[in-house]
Ligand binder design. Sequence first.
Ligand code: PSV
Ligand code: MN
Length: 409
Amino acid sequence: MSTWSDRAYTVFEEQQRDRGIDISAVKARLKELKIETPSWGYGDSGTRFKVFRRVGVPRDPYEKMNDAAVVNQLTGACPSVAIHIPWDLVDDFAQLQSHAESLGLRIGAVNPNVFQDDDYMLGSVCNADPKIRRKATDHLLLCVDIMKQVGSDILSLWFADGTNYPGQGHIRHRKHWLYEALQETYQALEPSMRMLIEYKFFEPGFYHTDLADWGMAYNMAMKLGPQAQVLVDTGHHAPGTNVEHIVATLLDEAKLGGFHFNSRKYADDDLIVGATNPYELFLIFYQMLDARLSENRAVQDTVSNIAYMIDQSHAIEPKIPAMIRSVQNIQTQYAKALLINHDELRETQAKNDVLAAENAVRSAYEFDVTPLLLAIREEEGLPADPMQVYLKSDYGKAIESRGVGGSSW
Ligand code: PSV
Ligand code: MN
């Protein structure tokens, strides 16, 4: 570290010690945080108006792994990659897996895609046509099979099913069909596997979505059993929704399975996590850390098994640096949340001291954690500034030989 950052770290450490924060515990937690990156975040994606084709975008799942490996090498925090099927369909999954392993990666969540085939225009597992429901369920089962081939333990489910007009579909029938498909898939899971159920309140259906909110996902997960949990995609809520409240509730019910991190300003924008709402991200981590203090064993186990995943579409920004920025933003907010003094907070809450309690949370957010993150990177043998190292490296130039027209999504 430079003399400046050495000094800054010493000041930071003293400051935190005075506040009663165990800085070695903070460092250990930060080093433990692993974030899964999505294969589709390395591909070309866009808005519904345009997908801009960029130079150097991976042309296949193997090249997506190469890019993900660079993010992992520079941040030390992203050892797994989520795949989306059929976007990442390959002839030989064992080969893809060994490619990932050779790069120090593993394949993480398997995401079935039942929203892009023409047959799914009016829904997949909730389609009124039983043949289409069968086809969609078979695809979910295929994905469970792929999980077995690649050693994945998370099936991450999101359905685009919904309707555009009142009366277009029978909402209760669709709910039953959804449950039937989930149940059949659940039964195919091995005991070590989990099914994470993601909700979203709109899009592509604009009248109703079959899994519109956490309550609907929770209901399905409850009925299915302990291997089914809810996935919170931070972009999937109406403006103003208190996402951290949902997180706390699901944690307390031992039904939170994972996150899809991204940031939103208006809708499901899939922008770089922490770009527009860093305080929300901090408050989510506050709830996670509070749940770690729970006396309930099931809550502790739940919080220890959360799958932290990024789900972003990089439409205008270069994809690898966007992923590095995302990982750093998550680390920053987690680091800040780790500075909350929970004893002080509990005391102020018990006294009903509104302002002191709010201050106990917000004051942690206001610390500059740069010296802490630099110290950790140094201890881990990682570059102090992963973004600069990437930008100065030859990798960005070398992948230009891939040309234009890599994988879309
Ligand atoms: C849907 O908006 C979503 O959040 C789901 O997780 C999909 O799998 C992902 O985005 C990619 O389209
Ligand atoms: Mn998502």
